[in-house]
Design a protein around this ligand. Structure first.
Ligand SMILES: [Zn+2]
Length: 135
């Protein structure tokens, strides 16, 4: 994705951060940006199944549950990375879309504060980090 498309997303995201609310206008904005793909994001976000796993040192992982599929994915939001196969296929290898639905849902949840919190140890964080980045 080029820098113009990133700017369009950033503009919508800044509005979201400022208002902390996913308003109808913002939903429309994201929908015109992402297309029907954004419905998948909304489905994840609406189920309130996003957890922020925080370590004592303040590092965090956003964990997005897909309950109907009985699995979850871990997103490292600051480095724009998710451990799902879709992310690896679409983003890293082919650059078809800027991020996967988990990463976008996690970003929206962070901006609006709609997530639950779970404490994890620094060791657990390292385990997930290794599993995600060193395969
Ligand atoms: Zn993902």
């Amino acid at each position: 994705m080029g820098s113009l498309t990133i700017k369009i997303f950033d503009n919508l995201y800044e509005q979201l951060v400022a208002t902390k609310k996913l308003s109808d206008n913002l939903i429309l904005g994201f929908f015109s940006f992402f297309g029907p793909f954004f419905i998948n994001v909304l489905n994840l976000y609406n189920e309130e199944n996003i957890k922020k796993l925080i370590t004592p040192s303040g590092r965090y992982i956003m964990r997005v549950e897909e309950k109907e599929k009985g699995r979850h994915h871990n997103c490292f939001v600051k480095s724009n990375h998710c451990d799902c196969p879709s992310f690896a296929f679409n983003f890293i290898e082919f650059d078809k879309q800027i991020w996967c639905k988990h990463l976008i849902a996690a970003k929206i949840a962070l901006a609006t504060g709609q997530f639950s919190i779970k404490a994890i140890s620094d060791y657990e964080y390292s385990e997930v980090f290794q599993h995600t980045f060193i395969k």
